[in-house]
Design a protein around this ligand. Structure first.
Ligand code: FE
Ligand code: ZN
Length: 488
C-alpha cells in the first residue's frame, strides 16, 4: 500500500472522504500521522474539500446599494463559505435560467383519521414498515427475523422501541415491538436509544429469559454517498424561517433590509432564484395566553396580507416556497397541510404552498423542509445538546430517519395511515426553523440548516432566558454546493 492509499484508508476509517488535494496536503504534512489533526478539525464535515482546510478571513462587503448599511458575511470556521462574492456578477444571473422545481412529497392529503387506537396502530405500523425496509438493507441485518420467530442463539430483528429505562448496573433495558410480538432487550453499549424509534438489534436471544442481550444497535441512518451535486447553472436558494409578521417584536427594519438586498439583484443576491420559508410565516392569534398584548396586527388575515405585500414585488425570477408552522392558520398537529385557498389568494407572483413537512427538488437538489416542532422534545431527550446545537438534533433525525421520532405531548401528530414524518428519501438539504436560533452543519454530505427568525426576543422568551439569533439568511449556491451565511 502506498502512502496515498494509507492516508485514504485512515480517513475512511473515520468515515471521511476528502478531495485529492486534501490527501496531498496531508501527505505534505507528515502523512498518516497528520490525519488525526484533520479528523479533529474537519471530521464533522464528512466530506472535506481543499477550500475547507484553507485559512479564511472574515469578509464584510461595504456595498449599500439598496439603502441599507453594510451586509455582514460571517466567517465562522465551521461554516463552509464566507468568502466575498465575486464582483464579476453584476446583473441578476438567476433571471436567465428556467425554474426547475418538483414536489416529491406533500402531506396536504385528505386522509381520514378519527383518532381512535386503531388509527395510531396503523400509523406506527406504517412507520415500522418503511424504516424496516431501510434497516434490513444493511449487511449486518441479514437474516433478520420477526420477533415471534426468534430462536435461541444469535439473532437479528427490527422493532419499535418502548419503555426505555436504565438498569441499576448502568445498562439500558427496553422493549422492542413488531407486528408479531414484543421482546425485552438489554444493551450495554453507548448508542442513544429513544422511545418510538425503529431500530435493528443484533445479539443473543434467550427464550427462557425472554430477552435479547444486544451486541449491536443498527439505526437506519443515511448512507455516506456524496454524489457531485454541483450544477451547471449559477443558482442559489435563500433559506429563512419564522417571520412572525404581526408580532410587535417583528424585526421590520432588518426584514426590509433583507428584502431590499433580495430585490436589488446585486451584492450576492443576483444568483438567488428560490426563497424557502420554513413556517411561522405570521405570528397568528391565540397561539399562547395573552398573545394579544404582543401583537401589532390583531387580525390573522391582515398578517398574511402584510406578508403578501412584502413579497409581491420580489423579482419575477424568484420562486417562494412556504410551509406552515405552529403559529400559522392551519391545524397544529403534524403533518400540517399547506395554507388554505383563502390565504393563498392574497399572494401574487410565483409562490408554492406546501405542507409541513414537505419534500421537493430544485434543479436536482432534494430538500426536506420541516418547521421543527420536534426540536423542543429532542433538546430534552438527547443527552448533551442545547438550543444552539440544533444541527446535532437534525443529525439525530437523519440517523433515525424520522423528523419527530418520539411521539408525545410536544408534537401532536395526526394518526394518518401513512407516516409522513419518516425521512424516506435521503435529502441533500434538511431545513428546520421554529426554535429561533441559527445553525448550519453537514452530516454525511447532507446540508443541515436550522433557519433563523425575524422576531426579536419576546417577553416569554425573556422569562425562559432564551436568546434568539435573528436576521440570518442561509444561501446555498447550487453551482458551488456551498453555503453562505448573511446577517441583516
Ligand atoms: Fe416561530
Ligand atoms: Zn414555530
Amino acid at each position: 500500500m502506498n502512502e496515498r492509499e494509507a492516508v485514504i484508508n485512515e480517513l475512511l476509517k473515520h468515515e471521511i472522504i476528502a478531495e485529492p488535494e486534501v490527501v496531498s496536503y496531508i501527505i505534505e504534512r507528515g502523512g498518516i500521522k497528520y490525519v488525526r489533526e484533520i479528523v479533529e478539525k474537519y471530521g464533522h464535515l464528512g466530506y472535506i474539500t481543499y477550500e475547507d482546510i484553507l485559512p479564511r478571513a472574515p469578509v464584510v462587503s461595504e456595498t449599500t446599494a439598496s439603502g441599507g448599511s453594510a451586509l455582514q458575511v460571517t466567517a465562522v470556521q465551521e461554516i463552509r463559505g464566507g468568502e466575498g462574492e465575486k464582483s464579476s456578477f453584476s446583473k441578476p444571473v438567476a433571471g436567465e435560467y428556467d425554474w426547475d422545481f418538483q414536489v416529491i412529497l406533500d402531506a396536504s392529503v385528505n386522509m381520514k383519521a378519527s383518532g381512535d387506537a386503531d388509527d395510531f396502530r396503523k400509523l406506527f405500523e406504517d412507520r415500522y414498515m418503511r424504516l424496516r425496509n431501510i434497516i434490513t438493507r444493511r449487511v449486518s441485518m441479514r437474516g433478520a427475523r420477526s420477533i415471534a420467530n426468534l430462536k435461541d442463539g444469535e439473532v437479528a430483528t427490527v422493532g419499535i422501541v418502548y419503555e426505555t429505562r436504565p438498569t441499576s448496573t448502568g445498562k439500558l433495558m427496553f422493549e422492542l415491538e413488531d407486528p408479531t410480538g414484543t421482546v425485552r432487550c438489554l444493551y450495554s453499549g453507548s448508542e442513544i436509544v429513544l422511545n418510538d424509534e425503529v431500530i435493528g438489534v443484533r445479539g443473543r436471544y434467550s427464550r427462557s429469559k425472554g430477552l435479547i442481550f444486544v451486541k449491536e444497535i443498527v439505526k437506519p441512518d443515511v448512507p455516506y454517498s456524496r454524489k457531485n451535486r454541483r450544477i451547471e447553472e449559477n443558482i442559489s436558494v435563500a433559506i429563512i424561517s419564522d417571520v412572525h409578521i404581526g408580532s410587535n417584536t417583528f424585526l421590520k427594519e432588518r426584514w426590509e433590509k433583507f428584502l431590499r438586498w433580495l430585490k436589488s439583484g446585486k451584492d450576492g443576491s443576483e444568483t438567488v432564484k428560490y426563497l424557502l420559508i420554513a413556517g411561522d410565516l405570521v405570528d397568528g392569534i391565540g397561539v399562547y395566553p395573552n398573545q394579544e398584548e404582543e401583537l401589532e396586527i390583531h387580525d390573522i388575515f391582515q398578517q398574511y396580507e402584510a406578508l403578501a405585500r412584502y413579497l409581491e414585488d420580489l423579482p419575477d425570477y424568484i420562486m417562494t416556497v412556504m410551509i406552515p408552522g405552529n403559529h400559522d392558520i392551519v391545524r397544529n398537529a403534524e403533518p400540517q397541510p399547506a395554507l388554505p385557498g383563502e390565504i393563498r389568494k392574497l399572494f401574487n407572483g410565483k409562490v408554492e404552498f406546501l405542507s409541513n413537512p414537505a419534500v421537493f427538488s430544485i434543479h436536482g437538489y432534494k430538500f426536506t423542509l420541516y418547521h421543527g416542532g420536534s426540536l423542543n422534545s429532542l433538546v430534552e431527550l438527547i443527552p448533551g445538546v442545547d438550543y444552539d446545537m440544533t444541527d446535532k438534533m437534525m443529525e439525530y433525525m437523519l440517523k433515525v430517519r424520522h423528523l419527530a421520532p418520539v411521539y408525545g405531548d410536544k408534537v401532536p401528530i395526526v394518526p394518518l395511515p401513512r407516516d409522513f414524518l419518516v425521512i424516506e428519501d435521503v435529502p441533500d438539504v434538511l431545513v428546520t426553523g421554529h426554535v429561533h436560533t441559527f445553525a448550519y452543519g453537514i452530516y454525511k454530505g447532507v446540508h443541515l440548516v436550522n433557519a433563523s427568525t425575524w422576531q426579536e426576543q419576546t417577553k416569554y422568551q425573556k422569562m425562559m432566558n432564551f436568546n434568539p439569533d435573528p436576521g440570518k439568511v442561509a444561501i446555498l449556491n447550487l453551482h458551488e454546493d456551498r453555503m453562505y451565511i448573511r446577517e441583516f
